[in-house]
Write a protein that binds this ligand. Structure first.
Ligand code: FAD
Length: 267
């Protein structure tokens, strides 16, 4: 029983967000973090590992420096780490990204007891498309917005977050689950032993040469050239003007407010 956890390295937007003149993120000048929802997927996978003894494999598609994030995850208790990286994969949109990740997981093998966990959404691209697209491409069931995942006999019981409550769903493996971060805390920490051992573990590197024979890989549907979506314009919205403050709730301020709203035809 294996759990593949798809993890994306993203710019740390809690600090200063640097934007290039063309409106794109200046990623080189920003520090990176593990996408917060993906930490939730890691937490869920490591909890299941504790309960069932399954194998947890972190999978990322990104440039070679993403290795640092994978080593961090190995130090937290992940068993293996896979870096999908090649010039041919650069510039992929969500369609191409999910195509490549699905091909890589197929290549590694997906058995009847295996699972794929993703975050719901990445904080940079923000589309929430990659997880569901991987499930479609591998033709396996998917459950989104999971806050808890338990194994019961040969099914998974998933607690799904809704806008106004929760839903319990049973799903058979192999399946894909996207996880949300309900509380802003993670249960997974690097251990001293983990840190000491994480650099001696070999990473699996999957490049285009290794994956090109996979049925899901086709040079015409990956990378920038094969991506069906294009960013034709990127811009920063104009800043809103400062608001007007009304000091004290008295007849004058209320009359002033009402007359301003009438002038703007709001009332
Ligand atoms: C036309 C176009 C060109 C682009 N060019 C580039 C480019 O040159 N370089 C670049 O970095 N980005 C590029 N992008 C952005 C890239 O497509 C997205 O970063 C990527 O597809 C993930 O989408 P998302 O961030 O919306 O993830 P979401 O769909 O919001 O992510 C959901 C979950 O999917 C998983 N996931 C997402 N991405 C990855 C990943 N890479 N590895 C492992 N798991 C993942 C995670 O579990 C994540 O929580 C481009 C996008 C477009 C539309």
């Amino acid at each position: 029983m294996r759990i593949y956890v798809c993890v994306k390295q993203v710019p740390d937007t809690s600090g200063k967000v640097a934007v290039n003149p063309d409106g794109t993120l200046n990623r080189a000048s920003m520090s990176t973090i593990i996408n917060p929802d993906d930490m939730s997927a890691i937490d869920q996978a490591l909890t299941l590992k504790g309960a069932t003894g399954c194998q947890v494999i972190a999978v990322t598609m990104g440039p070679p420096p993403a290795e640092g994030m994978l080593r961090e995850l190995l130090a937290m208790g992940v068993d293996d780490a896979v870096l999908i990286s090649s010039r041919e994969f650069g510039g992929s949109d969500t369609f191409a990204t999910s195509q490549i990740i699905a091909a890589a997981i197929s290549h590694l093998g997906i058995g009847k007891d295996d699972m794929i966990f993703c975050g719901r959404q990445a904080i940079d691209g923000d589309t929430a498309q990659v997880g569901p697209q991987i499930a479609e491409k591998l033709n396996i069931p998917q459950v989104t917005y999971a806050t808890e995942i338990h194994k019961k006999d040969n099914v998974l019981v998933v607690k799904r977050m809704l806008e106004d409550g929760y839903m319990m769903i049973q799903v058979k493996t192999p399946c894909l689950i996207t996880c949300v971060k309900e509380k802003n805390v993670s249960n997974s920490y690097m251990t001293v032993n983990g840190i000491m051992n994480c650099y001696s573990k070999p990473l699996t590197i999957l490049d285009f040469e290794t994956l090109k024979e996979e049925p899901l890989i086709d040079i015409d549907i990956i990378g920038l050239k094969g991506s069906p979506t294009n960013i034709f314009k990127s811009f920063t919205p104009p800043q809103k003007g400062t608001g007007v403050m009304f000091e004290g709730a008295n007849r004058e301020t209320i009359a002033d407010l009402v007359s301003r709203l009438q002038k703007e035809h709001v009332i």
